[in-house]
Design a protein around this ligand. Sequence first.
Ligand code: 6PG
Length: 502
Amino acid sequence: MPKLKPKSDIGLIGLAVMGQNLALNIADHGFQISVYNRTTETMDSFVAENPNTPGGVLGCKQIKNFVQSLKRPRKIIILVKAGGPTDAVIDTLIPLLDKNDIIIDGGNAKWTDTIRREKDLKAKKLRFVGSGVSGGEEGARFGPALMPGGDPAAYKHLQPIWDAIAAKVDAKTGRPLEGAEPGAPVKGGVPCAAYIGPNGAGHYVKMIHNGIEYGDMQMICEAYDLMQNVLGLTAPEIGKVFARWNKGQLDSFLIEITADILQQSDPITGKPFVEVVLDTAGQKGTGKWTSVNALDMGVPAPTVAEAVFARFLSAVKTERVAAGKILKGPSKRFSGNKTAFIRAIHDALYCSKICSYAQGFQLMREAQNEYNWELNFGQIAQIWRGGCIIRAVFLQKITDAFKRKPKLANLLLDPYFNKTIQKAQSNWRKVVSTATEQGVAIPTFSSALSYYDGYRTARLPQNLLQAQRDYFGAHTYERVDKPRGKFFHIDWPEKDRPQLKV
Ligand code: 6PG
């Protein structure tokens, strides 16, 4: 067992799966880490199972000893359930800490909670970093994407550790780099970690990552559904299509695992594994937060919202089974060219993905006005290139777009994305119309297409809507022939001609 130093470089509270993996990742990079867990046995066995890490793991049974075991300013990562449990740990720590010590929340916290915590702790002369951590167990262990926000001076103390443990990508290609063997530290490359902004900015960006993750996952499910129910392909056949797609524009972690999943058979029945999985989706709330935030800020982000609703609709399984016996759809069968339609689904997926990311970046743009942040969108896309769940080659295109034009109003307006959609949109429309004709639900594909069509339409039918509002509620309207910001109302007569009142 390596000799431990008198004081650890960093501490971690919460040894559930993510906590254990992150602690080992930190220790693997030569940092000594103190660990504390509410259930002492979990901590004891974790320390016993990991006696030979390069940095060393120091187990602490008492939270007081844990705090005292750390170098100052102390850096303490909390990885417990978001919400009440995080507040409870912070409350326990406060009386034990000294001025300028740093608490780091690595959970999926709601950004508004992070803003509140940072403010409260600042008043107590303590510092707080709310850091998004993405990549699941594997990412935490061998290289997550990290999105830290909060006090920038506090982050300076954390940065060497965050940069060391983060996933790395090649500076030029943006492709994730791997170590010499699985799990071995990566040499060189750009870390998928960067300071995002003050108070809740890091957790906000992590939430948007998750909203986008919801969209990506639902789009992949729609592509699978179309190949299964319109084209009649088997799960392993669809898996092969995804494996092929993973070599091109759609190259990403989620497409890669989808290919694996669809080719996996169930160890009990021998059937394709996906066929034995119940079709009701769970969720922990980050996609919902993203959608509620979009509604609160008045930003059109329908694709993420549709992905959340699709999970909710899937969850009412009993109702759906009953409704399916009563509600009939079309009985049309596909008679076209299968290979061409698979290509069309690919294009529909890619175009919808572009729209979904465009919406995510619109949200971040609005949030920075709302919270007075200055977000670096190119850098955010760069952080997401490796380690996280939405990691994809495509993110490099987003980084390039913001490099070309840092104040880009919408990703759709970037020449690359514009051209890509122009080329692929007839296939996208074919998929949406075929799915509609055949009665297959494609909420994200179709909402993304409506977003695209709506966004590029100079005159939408909301002129009529404004007139309706003015008719029944005297809500007033603006005129096309008068400057913006001047509001008018017509006295709607019973059945006579309206009289214009200016
Ligand atoms: C990540 C993930 C992770 C998230 C899970 C589950 O970036 O590592 O986003 O943070 O918690 O993907 O989310 P749902 O249970 O809501 O699907």
